[in-house]
Design a protein around this ligand. Structure first.
Ligand SMILES: NC(=O)c1ccc[n+]([C@@H]2O[C@H](COP(=O)([O-])OP(=O)(O)OC[C@H]3O[C@@H](n4cnc5c(N)ncnc54)[C@H](O)[C@@H]3O)[C@@H](O)[C@H]2O)c1
Length: 328
């Protein structure tokens, strides 16, 4: 097999903490991987990333990088407001793209990316890392074949005064859809405005009816007391409790438990599911990159998971616009 060449656009926080370590590990396990180029508008950031993770060349213009290096995949880790324009341009050039969430701020943006991917006939993955978090994968495996009755998802953060928390909330919205294995039928939203922390700051409560008849409750709290993400699922046979690890939060390395009657039938700590207890493995960054790269290297049919992301983008946009009810 010929060399597999990776290029990165955007060398900021997520690149340094989540993705860069994943590329380094992937390259150490696949000798024919070439960490070809990284690009940031800020030369110092591009150089720092190149040095830290062993990329061959650093750029400040992604077009020049792509024209010179012709990579097999482009990882787009830019700020939300530029994702759509950059993704469309890169896809137009015919490169497969893994793009950081959200894959658009509204349906118009995600539709533009999706149409361009279809026109260019290349693979795209939206980096919703909860889908690839080893404990979430294990939870889904344990529940297989059981009928889901309800899901609760608690996303708590501390001191998050973001003007637009919907771009973080979309993780929980997508994760619930992924765990339920179906789309949302309707959602009622309640906003607890916290103007003392800034004009747009609000805790968000969602009650959703899912298409498979289950009910989901999401509590999305930017101004909580700690940083955790916890999921509870009741099925027709058992109750599941998952504590997800990320960024060294108090639940690290996390665990998932299955209880049926008075018994704990499964109790799986997160550290059993990863090689090393590092945020980039525990939180799914490694697996989301690794599995996408493997698809591309094995010439798997063109795959685009953006269709499945349209509804999470629509629902996150409801939060942005403080809509009270969503119906599919
Ligand atoms: N998966 C997660 O848990 C998670 C968490 C936070 C953020 N994110 C997502 O990650 C993405 C990046 O967030 P971040 O926190 O790293 O932001 P950041 O601002 O730290 O980094 C983004 C970098 O992109 C660079 N950039 C902007 N336009 C560019 C261009 N045209 N060419 C090259 N570089 C360009 C900026 O200079 C900046 O260094 C966002 O889409 C965000 O939603 C994901």
């Amino acid at each position: 097999m010929s060399a597999f060449r990776i290029c990165v656009v955007g060398c900021g926080n997520m690149a340094l903490t989540g993705h860069g370590p994943a590329y380094r590990k992937y390259a150490s396990e696949h000798a024919d991987t070439v960490l070809a180029g990284c690009c940031d508008l800020d030369r110092a950031k591009a150089e720092r990333f190149r040095n830290e993770f062993g990329f061959e060349r650093a750029y400040t213009d992604y077009r020049t990088m792509l024209d010179e290096l012709h990579p097999d995949v482009v990882c787009l880790l830019s700020p939300v407001q530029y994702t759509c324009e950059l993704a469309v341009e890169i896809l137009k050039k015919g490169y497969a793209v893994l793009l950081e969430k959200p894959p658009g701020r509204n349906t118009e943006e995600i539709s533009r990316i999706l149409s361009q991917a279809q026109e260019a006939g290349v693979s795209v993955r939206s980096a919703f890392n909860r889908r690839y978090t080893p404990l979430v994968m294990k939870l889904r495996q344990l529940m297989k074949g059981e009928r889901i009755l309800n899901i609760t998802y608690q996303m708590y953060r501390r001191n998050r005064r973001d003007a637009d928390f919907s771009t973080t909330a979309i993780h929980a919205i997508d994760a619930v859809k992924h765990i339920a294995g179906c789309e949302y039928e309707s959602v009622d939203f309640l906003y607890q405005n916290l103007p003392e922390h800034g004009g747009q700051v609000a805790n968000i409560y969602m009650t959703a009816r899912m298409e498979n008849g289950s009910v989901a409750q999401l509590t999305l709290v930017p101004m909580g007391g700690t940083t955790v993400e916890r999921v509870t699922v009741n099925t027709d046979r058992a109750s599941y409790f998952a504590e997800l690890p990320f960024w060294s939060n108090p639940d690290c390395p996390g665990r998932v438990r299955r209880m049926a009657g008075n018994e704990v039938t499964d109790d799986i700590p997160g550290d059993r599911l990863v090689d090393e207890c590092t945020p980039f493995e525990e939180s799914g960054f490694y697996e989301e990159n690794r599995s996408f790269f493997e698809q591309l290297r094995n010439n798997a049919p063109v795959h685009c998971d953006l269709q499945a992301a349209i509804q999470p983008v629509e629902i996150a946009d409801c939060i942005r616009r403080r809509i009270a009810r969503y119906e599919k």
